[in-house]
Structures are given as C-alpha cells and as structure tokens.
Design a protein around this ligand. Structure first.
Ligand SMILES: [Zn+2]
Length: 321
C-alpha cells in the first residue's frame, strides 16, 4: 500500500512529538535519579573515569591493565545497579527513552526502509481519513473540561461525579492498555463521549498502537461498497486486526439484517481475539440495544463490555446560550 503525502506528514509529526516527549522523560528520570539515589552521582563519575582509563589502556594495548579495569568497571556497575534498585529504579531508566526501540522514534531503519511504527501510523491515518474523522489530535484528556458538568446533586449524585468516574475509567483504560476492558459509553449526543474515546485513541496512537476510529454508519457503508465491488473488504479486515477499534455513534446508522451481521462479525471477532473495542452510543438504555440489534449482539455487548453511562447537557450547544 502506498501512503499519501498527508499520511507521511502526519506520521512524521507524531514521531517528532514522541521524540520530544521522550527526551523530556529521559531528562526527568535522570534528574529524579540524581536527587533520590544517594551515592549514584559519585559512582557514575567514578565509572566514567574508569572508562577513560580503559580507553587509554586500549590505545596502548595494555591487556593486563584492561583486564584489571574491566573487573573494576563491573564492580562499580553492580554497585550502581544496587543503588538504583534500592530507590526503585533500574539500569534501564538510565537509557534514553523511546516509544519504538527499533527505530528510536525516527521512523527509519538502518537500511533506509520505514519502520513498522511509522507504517502503522500512516495506515491509521489513511483508514481514519476514509471515515472523515476530525483529526485525532484534537481530542485529549487534557482538553476534557469536567467543570462543564453540573455539580448539582440529583438522587444523591451529580452529573459531574458520574462524568469524573467515566473520565477516570477511560484514563485507566489508556494507562493499562492492552490489558483493558471493552468499553461502552452510553448517553445522549454531545455530552463528551466521543471526546473521551478520542482521548484514549490519541494516547495509544502516541504509544505506537494501531487504532481505528470510525462512525458506525460510515463504516458499514464502506464495508458494504467494498464487498459489492470485489467480495472482500480490506477495511473490515483492518478493523478486525487493529489493536484498538473505536466504533462511534452506534445507533445512529440505518440498520438491516445485513448490517447487523457485519456488526456482529466485527464485535465477535475482536472479542474472540481478545482485542479491545470501544463503542460510543446515543442509545441510553440496554433494553433499546436488544430491541434494535437482537439477542446475539446484545449478549456480546452486555456480557463483555464495561458500560459507562454518560450524563450531561449538550456541550456543543452550551456556548450558544
Ligand atoms: Zn519504529
């Protein structure tokens, strides 16, 4: 598959972002180690000196000295290891941090070919573009404003509290991925469900996972038209195989038995492969899922998805008031 210039640019900008974030991470861990690990800095200076001496000895071809220095360096390294461990760090923390250790977040391999992390970014871009998605980078946990939700309590709980729980649940999903439950975000249109789902997508894309996000009605049409053209749908295949699939706005599509079968195929294949799926839906009641999609889909969703009921006023209308 050839990738468009926009996909290349998108992948490169994500890689650049990763390099920046990881460089900051490297510096931060380093500073933390210097502050917390008593004795570490001295030991490191000592090891650096030994390495310099070893370099000299190597130039002079002094094998006896080299052996001697090697065993000293080993001793100091062991000491450094135990100091780090004592304070909850490891030798790995001293190394530069990368999202992709294969290409060190450059996207390019030694032989000049593109790393699979860059290819998966471009693939996500192309697939998501097909579904006319607003740029994934626009939504993040940082821009999710919980203060937009009412703190007024009804029946002992406020909309704010409910949405705060949902926010934390989604954050935890992103932090524990791929060990994460499937999620169903249920509730009216315009109350932040898609924002939460896209925030997860954003986090995972930055960690190098392949994420596909699309609206339910678009995806069914795309799969349908691909299948009627040549019986095989590459989009369906990608959806089944990606690390995280986000099906947005279940319930807004036109449904018939053929589309219903595609939906079941997607949900069921991903469940049996243990791959995480997030569904957002404007349907606000499980019994309505049953009425609309029947037993097979309902039992898969109710049995295998963590349901997050979302509440609130339409946030998109708020600024008009
Ligand atoms: Zn890579």
């Amino acid at each position: 598959m050839a990738y468009s210039e926009e996909a290349q640019k998108y992948a490169e900008s994500v890689l650049e972002f990763r390099r920046e974030v990881n460089a900051q991470k490297t510096v931060k861990i380093r500073e933390e180690i210097n502050v917390k690990c008593e004795g570490f800095t001295d030991l490191e200076v000592f090891r650096r000196n030994l390495n310099l001496q070893k370099m000299r000895a190597t130039l002079l071809n002094d094998t006896e000295k080299i052996d001697e220095l090697n065993s000293e360096i080993q001793k100091i390294s062991n000491e450094i290891d135990s100091v780090l461990q004592k304070y909850g760090f490891s030798t790995k923390d001293l190394a530069e941090q990368y999202t992709c250790n294969i290409c060190k977040d450059t996207g390019i391999l030694r032989d000049g070919s593109q790393c699979k992390c860059k290819i998966s970014l471009m693939k996500s871009y192309e697939l998501n573009k097909i579904q006319n998605v607003s740029p994934l980078s626009l939504s993040s946990f940082d821009t999710f404003d919980l203060n937009l939700y009412s703190k007024e309590k009804k029946n002992g709980i406020s909309v704010y509290e409910v949405m705060k729980d949902n926010y934390n649940e989604c954050l935890s999903f992103a932090n524990h991925f791929p060990n994460a439950n499937n999620l169903l975000l249920m509730g009216k249109t315009g109350i932040g469900k898609t924002h939460l789902a896209l925030s997860i997508a954003n986090c995972l894309l930055n960690e190098g996972y392949e994420v596909i996000y699309c609206s339910c009605s678009n995806i069914l049409q795309v799969i349908d038209s691909e299948r009627s053209a040549n019986k095989y749908s590459p989009t369906l295949n990608s959806i089944k195989r990606c690390d995280l699939f986000i099906l947005d706005d279940l319930g807004s599509e036109y449904i018939n038995s053929y589309y219903n079968a595609i939906l079941y195929d997607i949900i069921n294949s991903r469940l049996s492969e243990n791959k995480a799926t997030i569904i957002t839906s404007n349907i606000d009641d499980a019994s309505k899922i049953q009425a609309r999609y029947g037993d097979k889909i309902t039992s898969r969703i109710i049995g295998c998805f963590r349901i997050l009921p979302c509440l609130g006023d339409d946030l998109r209308l708020r600024h008009l008031r």
